[in-house]
Design a protein around this ligand. Structure first.
Ligand code: GDP
Ligand code: MG
Length: 177
């Protein structure tokens, strides 16, 4: 099996942030195990998942942290952000409020993790287009104004999940290598 005795060149910590129920845990399940759990309970216990992948012929271990139900404002501790080189800032395209909270999450993130952290704004649940409450244009505009990357994803349909994580990891790699 390829993951045994594998020389790891880099370990990059990435944090998932955003309101409760936007799909953070499902995005992580999709990325790390290619799974989706239809009735996922609020996250319990596990602090992070890892996935090892190749970037520019280097072996990069992504260590992705998921909030354990700490999504209330300022409840996420500084230990969660410590050492993070990247962040996925996740909202639900069907919940306007979750998008309106992105500015707040971003400022909290930058307060803790610094300004050089690589950030990707994620509009999740793109499979629910008929219930859309946040236009792609609005999100793009916000992302540009904040100088962060942007993608819409579906953890359910596995759309853009891997590309979102890989983009963040690749950008981190370009910065640190
Ligand atoms: P978290 O609180 O941000 O970790 O959100 P979860 O990952 O627990 O997901 C919250 C709810 O949204 C669950 O019922 C998931 O099944 C559902 N969900 C997550 N991602 C998607 C998605 O891409 N599409 C759809 N339709 N539902 C999703
Ligand atoms: Mg969760």
């Amino acid at each position: 099996h390829g993951s045994y005795n594998q020389k790891i060149d880099y370990v990059f910590k990435i944090v998932l942030i955003g309101d409760s129920a936007v799909g953070k845990s499902q995005l992580l399940a999709r990325f790390s195990r290619d799974e989706f759990n239809v009735d996922s309970k609020a996250t319990i216990g596990v602090e992070f998942q890892t996935k090892t992948l190749d970037i520019d012929h280097k072996t990069v271990k992504a260590q992705v942290w998921d909030t354990a139900g700490q999504e209330r404002y300022r409840a996420v501790t500084s230990a969660y952000y410590r050492g993070a080189l990247g962040a996925l800032l996740v909202y639900d395209i069907t919940k306007r409020e979750s998008f309106d909270h992105m500015a707040r999450w971003l400022s909290e993130l930058r307060e803790h993790a610094g300004d050089s952290i690589v950030v990707m704004l994620i509009g999740n649940k793109s499979d629910l287009g008929s219930l859309r409450a946040v236009s792609t244009e609005d999100a793009k505009e916000f992302a540009q104004s904040q100088n962060v990357f942007f993608m819409e994803t579906s953890a359910l349909e596995a759309t853009n999940v891997e590309p979102a994580f890989v983009s963040v990891l690749t950008e981190i790699y370009r910065i640190v290598s």
